[in-house]
Design a protein around this ligand. Structure first.
Ligand code: GBH
Length: 469
């Protein structure tokens, strides 16, 4: 059984679905730039058109209705609302678009959850240094205040930044995501730091300026695999797992929920590695200034994106300066796990239950929203996506167990994704949708997968059961 007001949702992100990359005054984001740069994305795919949700929002709404969702998670394109990134110039067509989306959701009894930042920094801000500059935090705060002011009468669930660890690592460590920089061991920590600072400023703005009137909630979405030791009886493996969890989940959750600062094991691992490498200069993991709004407590709920699990053992970190050598662990996919459409995604529904329990125990029993979880397909089209059906059933059962048996306060579940969409560096080759999108069809027709029907039935059963009570 799920709580009466449990959020049954699906999620998307602006750049992955909207298209209209230059429509009605929208300016470029770093993903426009990155995907137009040859060789960055699978077969040079880009999000110029994507699912064209900018023009086809009514069709998205039909999909949402067909699933019977109570909630829909979308993100705002910063460069659509504020083309230069700052509030000096507002693109009213962009405001109108999101007003329409939100109003139509509400008219159909669907509550929006809005992410302010899902990987797509306005290029204008990147040109001034982007997330590496301390000055980005107050600029983000202004953008957030603009959004709370403009849409907060109707939007009650906000996420500031989606997966800062992924933005930082893939954008600045490996270069697989925009802005495509490879500065291992330094930039990612700085970017993560500025994202946390930006988040905290926005949370405090909401808290002091908007909360009493708007009565909404604000958090930041953290991506984390579930991690456990290869050998639970081996001390080194156990310690490696703890360290790895500190570097993934703890990096952002510890400051917000535990101490206002990074996990001590993370800092000491980085500092000792700096020393070993003879690195001079200020600590690579920055420190928080006392003069800024506090990070501790700056989240009204815990938002977690879960996709997969790993077994962990110590070692594997030697070599150049990098986050990998700082963390110094090896992550292994258990050979018994099924692999989905992409090589990184081992399918481990039970890992979600364990992760939820870990969050409860480590972060003081917060209210939790699972803001993303999904199953990827690749290769020949399968409308009868039986594996994904099994995946959703199994996963939702694990969530139920977490609620009932482990007494974890889970408030909602958002499937990734409503639609097949632009899967970042994989372009359109990887499909996560509950609806298939025919990218060869100029009308970009949406068709429900079997898994979409399955999810709709699950939702109906649980909502129905409550209605009968
Ligand atoms: C989420 O990230 C994103 O929020 C969402 O936009 C995306 O569409 C969805 O996942 C599906 O991928 O290629 O070996 O470097 C999930 C976390 C982190 C999982 C990066 C894939 C790539 C590993 N992702 N990871 S690798």
């Amino acid at each position: 059984m799920f709580p009466r007001d449990f959020a049954w949702g699906a999620a998307t992100a602006a750049y992955q679905i909207e298209g209209g990359w230059q429509a009605d005054g929208k300016a470029a984001s770093i993903w426009d730039t990155f995907s137009h740069d040859k060789g960055r994305v699978f077969q040079d795919h880009n999000g110029d058109v994507a699912c064209n949700s900018y023009m086809l929002r009514e069709q998205d709404l039909e999909c949402i209705q067909q699933l019977g969702l109570t909630h829909y998670r979308l993100s705002f394109s910063w460069a659509r609302l504020l083309p230069h990134g700052t509030t000096q110039h507002v693109n009213h067509k962009g405001v109108e678009y999101y007003n329409n989306v939100i109003d139509e959701l509400l008219a159909n009894n669907v509550s929006p959850m809005v992410t302010l930042y899902h990987f797509d920094l306005p290029q204008a801000l990147q040109d001034q240094g982007g997330w590496k500059c301390a000055g980005i935090a107050p600029i983000f705060d202004n953008y957030a205040k603009f959004c709370f002011q403009t849409f907060g009468d109707r939007v009650k669930l906000w996420l500031t930044v989606n997966e800062p660890s992924v933005c930082a690592k893939l954008g600045y460590e490996s270069g697989k995501h925009a802005p495509g920089l490879e500065e291992p061991g330094t930039a990612a920590y700085l970017v993560g730091h500025n994202m946390l600072r930006a988040h905290a400023m926005a949370w405090h703005s909401y808290n002091t300026l908007f909360r009493s009137e708007q009565k909404g909630k604000v958090s930041l979405a953290i991506n984390s695999d579930w991690l456990e030791p290869v050998d639970p009886h081996c001390e080194d493996d156990v310690a490696a797992t703890e360290r790895d969890l500190a570097f993934t989940l703890g990096w952002f959750a510890w400051p917000m929920f535990v101490s206002g600062d990074y996990p001590e094991i993370m800092r000491s691992a980085i500092d000792s590695q700096s020393e070993k490498m003879g690195y001079v200069g200020s600590p690579r993991l920055p420190t928080f200034s006392k003069d800024e709004p506090g990070i501790l407590g700056s989240a009204d709920f815990f938002a977690v994106n879960y996709y997969t699990s790993r077994k962990v053992k110590a070692g594997g970190g030697a070599g150049q300066m990098s986050m990998k050598s700082d963390c110094d662990v090896e992550e292994i996919i258990d050979p018994s796990w099924l692999i989905s459409g992409v090589s990184w995604q081992a399918v481990v529904p039970g890992g979600l239950r364990k992760l939820l329990k870990y969050i409860k125990d480590t972060f003081n029993s917060p209210a939790i929203y699972i803001t993303e979880n999904g199953f990827s397909q690749m290769g020949p089209l399968q409308m009868e996506d039986v594996q994904r059906c099994v995946f959703y059933k199994d996963t939702i059962l694990e969530v139920a167990k977490a609620i009932q048996e482990d007494e974890v306060d889970v408030r909602g579940y958002f499937a990734w994704s409503l639609l097949d969409n632009f899967e970042w560096a994989e372009g359109y080759s990887v499909r996560f949708g509950l609806f298939h999108v025919d990218f060869c069809d100029p009308e970009l027709r949406r068709t429900i997968y079997k898994s979409g029907q399955e999810y709709a039935e699950i939702i109906k059963k649980h909502r129905g059961a409550l209605d009968k009570k």
